[in-house]
Design a protein around this ligand. Structure first.
Ligand code: CUA
Length: 357
C-alpha cells in the first residue's frame, strides 16, 4: 500500500511540474525556436548534445535491464561470488575511451561554433552598435548612424549587426534567446557578438547576469524590421527634434516641467546633441512614445507612467531614478507623462511589428 501511495505521489508531482513548466515557453523568448543565426547554431549544438546524451542513457538503461533480468539470482541458485574484474585493463580502457570520444564529439563543434560566432573580422562592413548595460536598462549607440536610444533596439532583417558590449556599473549579460547566445557585459574589455535575424518581429531580451534587486526586470526588446523600414527609422531618428514638436497645451506644460524638474539633465529626448560614445545618466527617451514597454517591463499606458514617475522604487527596486529629482504632484506627473508619450519620432514602431509577429 505504502509503495503504491509513493508512486501516486511521484506521478502527481511530475504531472503537475510538466503542466506548470509547459507554460514557460514563449515564441519570441525561447532558444528552442531559433529566429537568428546565433540561436540557430546553438540549436544545432543542443540537438547534438541531446542525441549523444540520449544514446548514453539508452545504452545504460538497456545494460541495466539485461543485468537485472538475465543475471538475477533465481530460487535454488547456489550462492556464488561473481568474477572480480577490478584492474581489468581492457574494461578500464573501454570505459575511459568511450566517454572521451563522446566528449570530443560534443566539444569540437562547440569550440568551433564559439570562435565562429565571436569572429568580428568583418565588423567594419556591417552595422555596429555600442551597447552599454546599466542598472537596470540598456543604452544603444549606433556608431555610423550617429543616433542613440535605449531599451528597444531596432535592427534590419537578414543583416549582420555587431553588438559591442560593455557595462557602466556591475556585470550584466545581454541575451535574446530567439536570436543569439548570451554575452557578458564587462566594465572594461569590450565583448562583441553579432545578431542576424531571419524574421521580422519583436523579440524579447533578458539580462542574464544577477545584477541587483531589479535584475529580473532588466528586460529589453529587439525590433527586427525590413531594410526599408530600418532606413526610414534611422532617418526619422536623425531628424527628430523635440524642440520642434507640435504639442497640445498639457504636453507643452509637461515639456516645461521636464526641464524645470531636471529630468532633462539625465534623459535625452532627441538625438540632436548626439555625441559618440557618451552614455546618458538615465535612459535615452528619444523614441519613448514608440516603446513597446517602458522601464523594461511596464505597458506604456499613461496610468503606469504616472505611477512610475511618482514612485519608481515601488515598481523597480534599486533603480537609480529614485530620489534623483524633487517629488512631483499628481498633476505634474500627469503632464510629464503626457509629454513623454508624444515622443514618437517614427512610424516604424515595435507595436507595428508586434502585430506582424
Ligand atoms: Cu543586468 Cu541582470
Amino acid at each position: 500500500m505504502k509503495g503504491w501511495m509513493g508512486k501516486l505521489r511521484a506521478f502527481i508531482l511530475l504531472g503537475s511540474l510538466a503542466f506548470v513548466l509547459s507554460g514557460c515557453g514563449r515564441d519570441n523568448l525561447t532558444a528552442l525556436v531559433p529566429k537568428g543565426y546565433g540561436a540557430h547554431i546553438s540549436m544545432q549544438l543542443i540537438i547534438l548534445t541531446t542525441v549523444v546524451m540520449t544514446f548514453v542513457f539508452l545504452v545504460v538503461i538497456v545494460l541495466y535491464v539485461i543485468v537485472l533480468t538475465r543475471f538475477r539470482k533465481k530460487k535454488g541458485d547456489p550462492v556464488i561470488t561473481p568474477e572480480q574484474v577490478e584492474g581489468n585493463k581492457t574494461l578500464e580502457a573501454v570505459w575511459t575511451i568511450i566517454p572521451i570520444i563522446l566528449v570530443v564529439i560534443m566539444a569540437v563543434p562547440t569550440v568551433f561554433a564559439t570562435f565562429h560566432l565571436a569572429d568580428d573580422s568583418d565588423a567594419a562592413d556591417h552595422i555596429n552598435i555600442n551597447v552599454t548595460g546599466n542598472q537596470y536598462w540598456w543604452h544603444y549607440d549606433y556608431q555610423n548612424e550617429e543616433i542613440a536610444t535605449s531599451q528597444d533596439l531596432y535592427i534590419p532583417v537578414n543583416t549582420k549587426v555587431y553588438i559591442h558590449l560593455i557595462t557602466n556599473d556591475v556585470l550584466h549579460s545581454f541575451w535574446v534567446p530567439s536570436l543569439s547566445g548570451k554575452l557578458d557585459a564587462n566594465p572594461e574589455n569590450e565583448n562583441t557578438l553579432y545578431i542576424e535575424a531571419y524574421e521580422e518581429g519583436v523579440y524579447f531580451g533578458k539580462c542574464a547576469e544577477l545584477c541587483g534587486p531589479s535584475h529580473s526586470l532588466m528586460d529589453f526588446k529587439i525590433v527586427v524590421v525590413s531594410e526599408e523600414e530600418y532606413d526610414q527609422w534611422v532617418a526619422d531618428m536623425q531628424n527628430f527634434n523635440s524642440e520642434e514638436l507640435d504639442l497640445d497645451p498639457v504636453a507643452q506644460e509637461g515639456k516645461e516641467l521636464f526641464e524645470e524638474k531636471a529630468c532633462i539633465s539625465c534623459h535625452a529626448t532627441d538625438t540632436q546633441n548626439y555625441s559618440a560614445g557618451s552614455v546618458p545618466i538615465g535612459p535615452d527617451l528619444t523614441q519613448f512614445g514608440d516603446r513597446s514597454r517602458f522601464a523594461g517591463f511596464l505597458d506604456p499606458t499613461k496610468e503606469n507612467l504616472v505611477k512610475w514617475i511618482q514612485n519608481p522604487e515601488s515598481l523597480k527596486p534599486g533603480n537609480l531614478m529614485t530620489g534623483a529629482y524633487p517629488k512631483l504632484s499628481d498633476d505634474e506627473a500627469d503632464k510629464i507623462a503626457e509629454y513623454l508619450l508624444q515622443l514618437k519620432p517614427s512610424s516604424v514602431t515595435a507595436e507595428s511589428k508586434e502585430d506582424q509577429s
